[in-house]
Design a protein around this ligand. Structure first.
Ligand SMILES: NC(=O)c1ccc[n+]([C@@H]2O[C@H](COP(=O)([O-])OP(=O)(O)OC[C@H]3O[C@@H](n4cnc5c(N)ncnc54)[C@H](OP(=O)(O)O)[C@@H]3O)[C@@H](O)[C@H]2O)c1
Length: 329
């Protein structure tokens, strides 16, 4: 094990589909550099305990305790409300000088700006670092990482996030809102791709074309990760959200795109259609589906059964998300 004079203590908050993978990679990095164990915290404690067993991580008793021990904290949280609440708890904790908080959640740009300002008042550097790539890419450190915030923080993060967490960084400069904005613009492309794939595969099926052959065409002609990965899920109807991006997350991001369009007087017709198909998918199959289930919503509009392969249809009495209790706390 190498040793590191810079003796940085890392923390990770938010061990969901993405965060659990990123925290493991951060832990491997910390171990290889002879740094202290990565401090971890998550709302659902079972995830903290199991990660501490399998990787170089130490459970923190609270967010405050974690904030007091760490020099750089990474967060990956569900939405703006959760990120605001957790980051504020970090800012309020009595902590080490020069704390950097690198947030990988997809947030609305004004939320990132607000967190940046509140952090600065508390003596913390808030860095907006949203990521592109599914959990499988987070696991293999294949993410594309967007970076924005103060220069010293960007330099510090750039010294290890590639190859530790991702394969490349896009530096959006000082303004913390710009990283969040690029993530939303990118998601416009990704959800637009899912919508177009949903339409194309539905058209192929309705016209009697072999969808496996159609997928061969996609692989040959559109060799990009979003086309290949979501094309496969839509071809096969494999819509489990356990290892992907759940409908609530996807609909949150679709709502950001539509809000950005509304605030800048820019129509977003493709995402409006995708929103309708996501809503239909949620009504039929519930919140635990992957957002590629957009295709299930599209299929219904064309008179097809929503699901092929595994049947995700909610049974009577099963919750679809409205006031539904959380399955696991
Ligand atoms: N999945 C993807 O493909 C993907 C790709 C790029 C970016 N993203 C972005 O990355 C972020 C995380 O996505 P994900 O797929 O990892 O989501 P996820 O699996 O649903 O994880 C969400 C995380 O937020 C925590 N959380 C939710 N509500 C909370 C609350 N009220 N208080 C405290 N913690 C709370 C969850 O804790 P629990 O474990 O207790 O639920 C979990 O740690 C999102 O902002 C998403 O937009 C996702």
């Amino acid at each position: 094990m190498a040793t590191n004079s810079d003796n940085v203590t890392f923390g990770f908050i938010g061990l969901g589909n993405m965060g659990s993978m990123m925290a493991q990679n951060l832990a491997t990095h910390a171990h290889s550099k002879g740094l202290p164990k990565v401090q971890i915290w998550n709302r659902t404690r079972t995830k903290v305990e199991s990660l501490a067993v399998t990787s170089y991580c130490e459970p923190a008793g609270s967010i405050t305790e974690l904030a007091q021990k760490c020099d750089i904290i990474h967060t990956c949280l569900a939405n703006d409300e959760v990120a605001l609440s957790i980051c504020r708890e970090v800012f309020q904790a009595r902590r080490k000088e020069g704390l950097i908080l690198a947030d990988h959640s997809t947030l609305y740009p004004t939320t990132s700006s607000r967190l940046h300002q509140e952090a600065a008042r508390a003596g913390v550097s808030f860095m907006s670092c949203p990521v592109f790539g599914p959990p499988a890419a987070a696991k293999s450190a294949g993410l594309l990482i967007v970076l924005s915030g103060a220069e010293h923080g960007r330099d510090k993060l750039k010294s290890y996030i590639v190859p530790t967490l991702g394969k490349a960084v896009i530096d959006c400069g000082e303004d913390a809102s710009k990283g969040a904005l690029l993530k939303i613009l990118g998601n416009n492309c990704i959800l637009g791709t899912i919508e177009l794939l949903s339409e194309s595969f539905t058209l192929a099926e309705k016209t009697g074309f072999d969808t496996k052959l159609f997928y061969d065409f996609i692989q040959q002609w559109f060799p990009a990760a979003a086309w290949i990965n979501y094309g496969k899920k839509i071809r096969d109807g494999t819509f489990s959200g356990k290892t992907g991006f759940t409908l609530p997350g996807g609909m949150k991001d679709a709502a950001y795109i539509r809000r950005l369009g509304a605030e800048s007087a820019t129509p977003t017709p493709i995402i409006d259609q995708a929103w309708n198909h996501l809503t239909t998918a949620k009504a039929i199959g519930g919140e635990s589906l992957d957002w590629s289930a957009c295709a299930a919503g599209m299929r219904v509009t064309a008179g097809l059964k929503p699901f092929k392969g595994e049947d995700f249809t909610l049974q009577p009495g099963q919750a679809n998300g409205i006031n539904s209790p959380r399955a696991e706390q």
